[in-house]
Design a protein around this ligand. Structure first.
Ligand code: FMN
Length: 424
């Protein structure tokens, strides 16, 4: 086999990676519902995916209850419950310690993705025993008092069947408090043993609710020009750098682009719309280039269809749209969204990305690096168990070695070269 460039070592910040296959951040809604802390099941899931010198990015971890959705938009969660994890209590830190320890014992590295969901969070979290009766901040807040407006069925957004809450616009002086919530979360993440921190500034959550002029109608120093709309992002970045240093910080962004066929924006999350997305993202990404960050993770615009057309995964066939940012970003770039092992190699060989984060294929293949290395078939993922529930569709995807010992295979297999053609 020709040398596979996904296995060329790379230094990321202060860490030596032995390959370029990253676990993308994946919300799985299987934390303990009472403590909102990781459990032994979560430990097993991350440990299964750890490899020597391989980078895992955690699921979105909530910095405070104020930024925390209930996620009952998903049928499985409505029926079977489930919650996402936080990182503001000592119990949550202890839970994450078990995860990082297990990853480290296999020689892997793990980044903690920190999130505040802004107006996507719902006030119901205030009734949670961890929150009720405390003075912790509760949902929902945003850049402006504008609720999520769902787009139509053919449009570009989630099927938002939850009641939209009108958020409270954060006061100018409250942004400092948001920064200190991020600070505490970063301190806790370090205590929990994470190697890196990732700021989730993508996918229509709080930071993007400030970046985009479709939601941000403020007239203070956090609204108006793109410089003002990006102010909160850079204030949070400075706060996190103060805690972890530039070389241990990653940022996730999801630049919006137009679909080459429909000419419509193909990546809109939770109704967040920009009038001139390219200008905003060029500004932000070139300013990020001034830092010596561990990495910048960009979501490919094509993944918009991921959530729109559940039956058909045509994401894998839509061309990539973020390559233009390579010219303005000098540091390590991770690409995510609709990559196959083949297109990942191509993206690396053309110099467009340094690493590729796999979401759905890593979710269903705990030994994904090994399978890619050997060209083995992949387990096909089951969408119904993406969010909430138990070990089914979480830790029960077999690795390749155990497949031959199984009489009845729970998951279908697909050859790496057929992805994008025969998935339905
Ligand atoms: C089940 C699921 C959960 C996800 N959760 C997160 C998340 O917590 N944070 C995040 O930044 N992206 C999240 N994403 C997006 C992934 O990180 C990734 O960008 C997406 O799956 C596209 O990559 P893929 O084509 O390799 O699956 C999620 C995607 C899926 C399918």
């Amino acid at each position: 086999m020709k040398q596979n460039n996904l296995f060329t070592p790379l230094c990321v910040g202060k860490f030596d990676l032995s390959h370029r296959i990253v676990l993308a951040p994946l919300t799985r809604i299987r934390a303990d519902e009472d403590t909102l802390a990781p459990t032994k099941l979560n430990v097993e899931y991350y440990a299964q995916r750890a490899t020597p010198g391989g980078l895992l990015i955690s699921e979105a971890v909530y910095i405070s209850p104020e930024g925390m959705p209930i996620w009952s938009i998903y049928k499985n969660i409505k029926e079977n419950g489930g919650q996402a994890p936080g990182i503001w209590t000592s119990g949550q830190v202890q839970g994450w310690k078990m995860v990082t320890k297990a990853v480290h014992s296999k020689g892997g590295l793990i980044s903690c993705q920190l999130l505040h969901a802004g107006r996507v969070a719902q006030p119901e979290i205030a009734q949670h025993p961890l929150v009720k009766g405390t003075d912790l901040p509760i949902p929902s807040v945003s850049s402006s008092a504008i609720p999520i407006t769902p787009l139509d069925e053919k449009g570009n957004d989630y099927n938002w069947d939850q009641k939209s809450v009108t958020p409270r616009a954060l006061e100018t002086q409250e942004i400092a408090r948001i920064c200190s919530d991020y600070r505490l979360a970063a301190i806790n993440a370090l205590e929990a043993g994470f190697d890196l921190i990732e700021l989730h500034a993508a996918h229509g959550y709080l930071i993007e609710q400030f970046l985009c002029d479709g939601v941000n109608t403020r007239d203070d120093k956090y609204g108006g020009s793109i410089k003002n709309r990006a102010r909160i992002l850079f204030e949070v970045i400075e706060t996190l750098i103060d805690v972890v240093g530039e070389e241990r910080l990653g940022i996730r962004l999801s630049p919006v682009d137009n679909d080459p066929i429909t000419k419509q924006p193909n990546q809109i999350y939770f109704g967040v719309v920009h009038s001139k997305p390219e200008l905003s993202y060029e500004y932000v990404i070139s300013k990020l280039s001034d830092y010596n960050l561990a990495y910048l993770l960009l979501t490919e615009p094509r993944v918009g269809v991921l959530s729109n057309i559940p039956g058909k995964d045509n994401t894998f066939e839509v061309p990539s749209g973020n390559y233009k940012y390579r010219e303005i970003y000098q540091g390590t770039l991770i690409g995510a969204g609709g990559f196959t092992p083949l297109t990942a190699r191509k993206a690396l060989s053309e110099g467009n990305y340094d690493l590729i984060a796999f979401g759905r294929w890593f979710l269903s293949n705990p030994d994904l690096p090994e399978r890619i290395k050997n060209g083995y078939k992949l387990n096909v993922y089951d969408r119904d168990t993406f969010y909430g529930g138990n070990e089914i569709g979480y830790t029960d995807y077999p690795d390749y070695k155990s497949l031959s010992k199984m009489n009845k295979k729970r998951y279908k297999l697909i050859s790496q070269s057929s992805i994008g053609r025969s998935l339905s």
